[in-house]
Design a protein around this ligand. Structure first.
Ligand code: SAM
Length: 323
């Protein structure tokens, strides 16, 4: 029977965190420090989980983290996920720092879509937000390489923060179009520092910064919806799609189709919830595929109707859950 939760939503999309480690230290996220040891799922464990999830009806897998490109065995992992019968698409979310060299091999290994996080086009601000390891030049090279590698989509994720990047939303949109990418503006969720800007205000800021917005019917696979944008501002006329993800002010839980597995092998039914199942100990203690599938079903059945991220209960760190 296909995987559904108690609300009858069918779960077809797995977000798999490959590591808690990250070379960036973004203040709205909270990566593990380099000294903290982790024991992430091995290639074989990822392969087995992929087969189990595919058997339950999962069709798309997004590899995330932490920073997934820090895994030396990333290409083997991609191949292992792709070998699971039923998996139709593999996507990757990355900070882009290592993408210039990895884009073509990842595409050859079977990744079809790439999302790159890009919150600012100002190198000094990027360094203040993400730490000294973050190089805007390398990220932009990575985005160009992704475009050249032929992924079916390259998207740029920009988390909007008041007083940080709310003055450069128009420039981010124009940059995305010029790079052949859709920029998705994301409402800050309360995992770390920063002041959120509601999506309605993000749209008003885009208009004020020279981007005319019109409704568009096309939707992403997940919580993002699109609008058509047009700019007559700096650099001449430009147009294209923009994405909006309003986790806090535009609740989209009705259409939730996803499940997450954190780097420590814990299934999390909801980013803002506490329902979970420890899959790694089961994998390592010789549990059968059926027993693991049953644990997955049970955790999803316990999932609530809506996330409660604004409810004030302490959230599990984004980095541990897999963004
Ligand atoms: N390291 C990779 C990256 O930078 O894209 C993948 C992991 S990161 C946790 C995945 C996504 O989560 C990024 O696009 C990041 O901007 C987003 N993210 C992290 N913390 C967030 C927060 N507090 N609110 C909204 N999005 C957040």
């Amino acid at each position: 029977m296909p995987l559904t939760d108690a609300q009858g939503r069918s779960i077809t999309y797995l977000r798999l965190s490959l590591t808690d480690r990250c070379n960036f230290r973004c203040s709205y996220c909270s990566p593990l420090s380099a000294e903290q040891r982790e024991d992430p799922l091995s290639v074989e464990e990822v392969a087995r989980l992929s087969r189990i999830f595919a058997g339950l009806g999962v069709r798309r897998v997004r590899l995330t983290g932490g920073e997934p490109t820090l895994r030396r065995d990333l290409l083997e992992i991609v191949a292992a996920v792709g070998a699971a019968p039923g998996i139709e698409e593999i996507a990757l979310t990355t900070n882009g720092q290592a993408l210039a060299a990895l884009a073509a091999p990842l595409h050859r290994a079977g990744v079809t879509r790439v999302n790159v996080s890009l919150d600012t086009l100002d190198p000094g601000k990027l360094e203040r937000l993400s730490g000294r390891a973050a190089s805007l030049t390398r990220i932009l090279d990575g985005i160009r390489a992704a475009h050249a590698a032929g992924f079916s989509s390259v998207k740029l994720n920009a988390v909007v923060m008041r007083g940080f990047n709310d003055g450069e939303l128009g420039d981010l949109a124009r940059f995305g179009w010029s790079a052949g990418a859709i920029v998705r503006f994301i409402e800050l969720m309360p995992f770390g520092e920063g002041v959120p800007v509601p999506i309605a205000e993000v749209k008003a800021l885009l208009e004020a910064q020279g981007i005319r917005l019109e409704p568009d019917d096309s939707r992403g696979w997940g919580p993002a919806y699109h609008m058509r944008g047009e700019s007559s501002g700096p650099g001449g006329p430009q147009r294209g799609l923009l994405g909006f993800i309003g986790a806090m002010t535009e609740n989209f839980c009705d259409g939730c189709n996803r499940v997450r597995v954190a780097a420590d092998g814990t299934l999390r039914a909801c980013l803002g919830g506490r329902e979970k199942a420890a899959l790694k100990p089961m994998l390592r203690a010789g549990a059968s595929d059926e027993a693991i599938a049953e644990a997955i079903r049970a955790a999803l059945f316990a999932k609530g109707e809506k996330h409660d991220m604004a409810g004030g209960h302490p959230l599990l760190p984004m980095i541990g859950t897999g963004g």
